[in-house]
Write a protein that binds this ligand. Structure first.
Ligand SMILES: NC(=O)c1ccc[n+]([C@@H]2O[C@H](COP(=O)([O-])OP(=O)(O)OC[C@H]3O[C@@H](n4cnc5c(N)ncnc54)[C@H](O)[C@@H]3O)[C@@H](O)[C@H]2O)c1
Ligand SMILES: O=C(O)C[C@H](O)C(=O)O
Length: 231
């Protein structure tokens, strides 16, 4: 099962929860973790627009798990201390839409080959599946989810409390590509998003990944918008 297969069940749940958010806590910061995030965030935006409460600075898709995975796998290969590692992950939160930018990873892992980078990228994209397969029929990808969710929620709270320079990757309304929603580094502040940061310099491999992910991500976004408008 892919995250997209969850659409039929979760789209309606997300829509009803967002309808309640619009009614009872219309100015809340909403961290959307329900899958498929690439569609549920657009669903939420449509529900909030219809209710007149949409604030694009306060709607986030949680993609932190992809960053946690990219950092962990990179650390293992690059032999650098995990506590110091940073890897931006952009695009979306499903399969090839997850695009880790290992060319921007810090500290740099200078001796990583192109094949290493390709393998790390694939492993990050398939991180959830790897857990599901390891559990061998005993359930979903329940590894490090709470950890990732807590990192992102904590960053949002720090931003809301005025702590400066809080930056995390998240799937947000965006104009850094032609797609209306996109995950990239986002600066967080007292009202949610302060700034959606650009992608920075990409390697040829990442440029190719970026172009390859756009059709799937576009379709998932449009599917969410259509669902919200038709239901
Ligand atoms: N974005 C991410 O990184 C990420 C990480 C973890 C989980 N997820 C997603 O989060 C969702 C939840 O995963 P989980 O592991 O916590 O699942 P879970 O089954 O443990 O929990 C789901 C909860 O939703 C409740 N629920 C069901 N229908 C509801 C409704 N109509 N209204 C309100 N609540 C309802 C259930 O009672 C249950 O408590 C899934 O869509 C999963 O794919 C995403
Ligand atoms: O895939 C899931 O079910 C949860 C989460 O989105 C993940 O990346 O593991």
């Amino acid at each position: 099962m892919t995250r997209d297969d969850l659409f039929n069940i979760n789209a309606g749940i997300v829509k009803s929860l967002c309808t309640a958010i619009a009614k009872y806590c219309p100015s809340a910061v909403v961290n959307m973790i329900s899958n498929p995030v690439n569609s549920t965030v657009p669903i939420a935006s449509e529900v909030f627009k219809k209710a007149g409460t949409y604030d694009e600075k306060k709607l986030f898709g949680v993609t932190t798990l992809d960053v946690v995975r990219a950092k962990t796998f990179y650390t293992g290969k690059a032999k650098v201390p995990v506590a110091d590692v940073n890897v931006p992950v952009v695009g979306g939160h499903a399969g090839i839409t997850i695009l880790p930018l290992f060319s921007q990873a810090t500290p740099a892992g200078n001796d990583l080959s192109t094949e290493d980078i390709k393998a790390l990228t694939k492993r990050t994209q398939d991180g959830g599946t790897e857990v599901v397969e390891a559990k061998a029929g005993k359930g979903s990808a329940t590894l490090s989810m709470a950890y990732a969710g807590a990192i992102f929620a904590d960053a949002c709270l720090k931003g809301l409390n005025g702590v400066p320079n809080i930056v995390e990757c998240s799937f947000v309304q965006s104009s850094i590509t032609e797609l209306p929603f996109f995950a990239s580094k986002v600066r967080l502040g007292k009202n949610g998003v302060v700034e959606v940061l650009g992608l920075g310099p990409l390697s040829d491999y990442e440029e190719e990944g970026l172009e390859n992910l756009k059709p799937e991500l576009k379709a998932s976004i449009e599917k969410g918008i259509k669902f919200a408008r038709d239901n």
